[in-house]
Design a protein around this ligand. Structure first.
Ligand code: PMV
Length: 334
């Protein structure tokens, strides 16, 4: 039987950067994000004799996956089995699976697909074993995390907090702070350049602790996480803006000062950030910026600011612009 699931990326207000265990993707600190309404990634999964991972592009053509890319799916599957054993549900998953990944995420918009991909595979695995064990969303989130830390958050709709708890395989998962109807926020994604990331986040996490700013970041994270949760629950945009921009710049400071140094932002990123700051003060707009491991600026705004931000984004020559709003969690495709 083929199971079809889909999930979407998320954008973090409080960033996940640094693991206490790289293999298990156990984060050092908590993080918080908003799941986006689009683009989505669909997974078709079925039991198989050997692991088969295929990726089909939007135009229907098959994309060549590297061995490292395939290994990431295999690793998540093997770790998922190990985790299920801790729940007393060993051998509920088949010995291997065949996966077909279809991503709607356009290349060059600087939106990583891994959060959506591994949330969708986790949902598919949960569906495969549901006659034997009904996993909770927290347990699905653990399995998503085993493929990509940030995928733990894409299991949920709306706003989700990814909580670091302990050192065991099941000791970190996300939980929902508020659903997608709580606050209509929009993400206008402005991607200044089409270039492949030099160092991916999986390798990047391992460098975080080499930065001299790392221990101070870790010290500040619980305060920021709390402020961010309060801001969301109170729909206090100004508070959300302050803490999000502070945390984003702090993460990039850690990245830039790690050994080797990771420089994800470029001149265009800084120009857009400055212009958003100017626009915000000149027009009193509820708008904030944040960047993940790349130069792409996520310009997040309220419904009231949307038109003005759309106009600004449309004027960005040479940039790819993409728009999403707050969205749904990982789910079965009916
Ligand atoms: O899930 P990963 O390992 O790709 O890490 C995501 C890291 C950031 O996007 C930079 C921050 C975040 O919280 O999403």
């Amino acid at each position: 039987m083929t199971i079809i699931t889909h999930a979407r990326p998320n954008i973090a207000f409080i960033k996940y950067w640094g693991n206490r265990n790289e293999e298990l993707r156990l984060p050092v600190a908590d993080s918080l994000s908003m799941t986006l309404s689009n683009p989505s990634v669909t997974i078709e999964a079925e039991a198989s004799d050997t692991m088969i991972i295929r990726s089909i592009e939007m135009n229907g053509e098959e994309k060549n996956l590297s061995d490292a890319q395939k290994k990431r799916f295999v690793d998540q599957f093997v770790l998922a089995k190990e985790y299920l054993r801790t729940l007393g549900a060993e051998d509920t998953l088949p010995s291997a699976v065949s996966l077909i990944v279809r991503s709607e995420i356009p290349s060059g918009i600087g939106l990583a697909s891994s959060a959506a991909v591994f949330a969708a595979t986790a949902k598919a695995y949960a569906e495969m074993i549901k006659q034997s064990i009904a996993l909770t969303k927290a347990q699905e989130s653990v399995i998503a995390r085993l493929g990509s830390g940030s995928a733990a958050r894409s299991i949920f709709s709306g706003f989700a907090s990814f909580v670091a708890r302990g050192d065991g395989i099941g000791d970190a998962w996300a939980e929902q702070i508020a659903d997608e109807n709580h606050w209509q926020l929009h993400d206008i994604v402005i991607a200044p350049e089409v270039e492949h990331k030099k160092v991916g986040s999986t390798e990047g996490h391992a460098l975080a602790s080499t930065s001299p700013h790392w221990s101070e970041r870790v010290r500040q994270m619980p305060r920021r996480q709390k402020e961010c949760i309060d801001a969301i629950l109170q729909k206090d945009f100004e508070k959300l803006q302050h803490v999000t921009e502070e945390d984003c710049m702090d993460m990039h400071n850690v990245m830039m000062t790690s050994t080797p140094s990771l420089q994800y932002l470029n001149k265009e990123t800084y120009r857009i950030v400055k212009e958003i700051e100017n626009l915000r003060s000149a027009e009193h707009l509820e708008v904030l910026y944040t960047m993940d491991a790349g130069p792409t600026v996520h310009v997040i705004c309220t419904e009231d600011a949307l038109e003005k931000i759309r106009e600004y984004a449309a004027r960005q020559q040479g940039c790819t612009v993409f728009e999403a709003k707050i969205g749904a969690g990982a789910d079965l495709v009916e």
